[in-house]
Design a protein around this ligand. Structure first.
Ligand SMILES: Nc1nc2c(ncn2[C@@H]2O[C@H](COP(=O)(O)OP(=O)(O)O)[C@@H](O)[C@H]2O)c(=O)[nH]1
Ligand SMILES: [Mg+2]
Length: 324
């Protein structure tokens, strides 16, 4: 195949016109970061803002990909055009159920776009790349945009917490409710799915969850506007409960609309993205300062002439001067 020499603008126009290859190339740029990613983001910014963004998280093996695959098939059947961004550092491009689903899905129907995002192990890249990829899908008319991520690290929790609707998937027999609580997932969850309800112990998970939600209610952690995250029992692999999962997601979106919370979510999402970008920019500046103009302070701290604290303060002054 001839090398694709189209400009970013041309690729973007083609992607908006429905060309999957063009969209795929833009997603690769977004994944790699840097000036090209920023250029894509600028273009997409003008056309995005319609998609319902749904985050789905949970332990590895909880059945997220199975559930997402089923939901996507249902959405396509219902005439919608869903996109999925699967971010799972533990199963990079070669692994995971989602890729099998992807191939079948793309054969079956061109209305869905499923993409595994490679972040090459460094999770910082995720916080930068995910919002851009979501914006691009949104700008290209995909709706909903579903983000699948393992609920382990802070970045993953942030990504899901910044969605319009955050779905947390649990399974019986893994102490999942307690784990999720520790990982901070209880606070970001809008919908709980107890998957693998065909297995013993599903009702125990539900009970544990209910208890923890009662507790957070008593300590005032529960979200305002009287919303208590519903718990849906499902067996994704058998197709049981998938309809109810989606109906519950849609009900949450309606709740956001009714209470004006959609705008709050949007603001939170933008804030999360800007924070990640700021942190990245400052961290890069700090590195180059220590390699350049600030090397002297660093040497003096290394040889104990000044304390690390003092070196930091001096470097900070330098850094802020450089930024302005
Ligand atoms: N028994 C049972 N197994 C399931 C169910 N859903 C998914 N699985 C299986 O659990 C394993 C992990 O599923 P996967 O969707 O890849 O999980 P993910 O890591 O959360 O994306 C696979 O072998 C699935 O077939 C379910 O409802 N019941
Ligand atoms: Mg998966």
């Amino acid at each position: 195949m001839a090398k694709d020499t189209r400009s970013i603008d041309e690729l973007y126009a083609a992607a908006r016109g429905g060309e999957r290859r063009a969209l795929g190339r833009l997603l690769t740029m977004v994944e790699r970061g840097g000036p090209n990613a920023d250029a894509v983001s600028e273009l997409a910014h003008a056309d995005a803002g319609n998609a319902h963004i749904v985050g789905i998280t949970g332990s590895p093996g909880a059945g997220k990909s199975t559930l997402v695959g089923e939901l996507v098939a249902d959405l396509v059947e219902a005439g919608q055009q869903p996109a999925v961004l699967a971010v799972d550092p533990s199963s990079p491009l070669t692994g995971g159920a989602i890729l099998g689903d992807r191939i079948r899905m793309e054969d079956r129907n061109a209305n869905a776009f499923i993409r595994s995002m490679a972040t090459r192990g460094h999770s910082g890249g995720l916080a930068l790349a995910v919002p851009l990829a979501v914006r691009l899908f949104d700008a290209c008319g995909y709706n909903p945009v579903i983000i699948e991520t393992v609920g382990v690290g802070q970045v993953e929790v942030d990504v899901v917490g910044a969605a319009d609707t955050a779905v947390v998937v649990m399974t019986p027999g893994m102490g999942d409710a307690v784990q999720a609580n520790k990982a901070g997932l209880l606070e970001v969850a809008d919908v709980f799915v107890v998957n693998k309800a065909d297995r013993p112990g599903a009702n125990d998970v539900r009970r544990d969850l209910d208890l923890m939600l009662d507790l957070s209610h008593m300590t005032g952690q529960e979200s305002a506007h009287g919303y208590r995250p519903p718990i849906v029992m499902a067996s994704a692999i058998n197709g049981d409960g998938n309809d109810e999962v989606w109906a519950t997601v849609i009900a949450h979106r309606q709740h956001l609309a009714d209470t004006g919370q959609q705008e709050v979510r949007h603001q939170h999402r933008i804030r999360t993205e800007v924070r990640a970008r700021l942190a990245q920019a400052l961290s890069e500046s700090a590195e180059s300062l220590m390699d350049g103009d600030g090397a002297d302070q660093l040497r003096r701290a290394e040889s104990a002439q000044i304390s690390p604290n003092q070196a930091t303060n001096e470097l900070l002054v330098q850094l802020l001067k450089d930024q302005s």
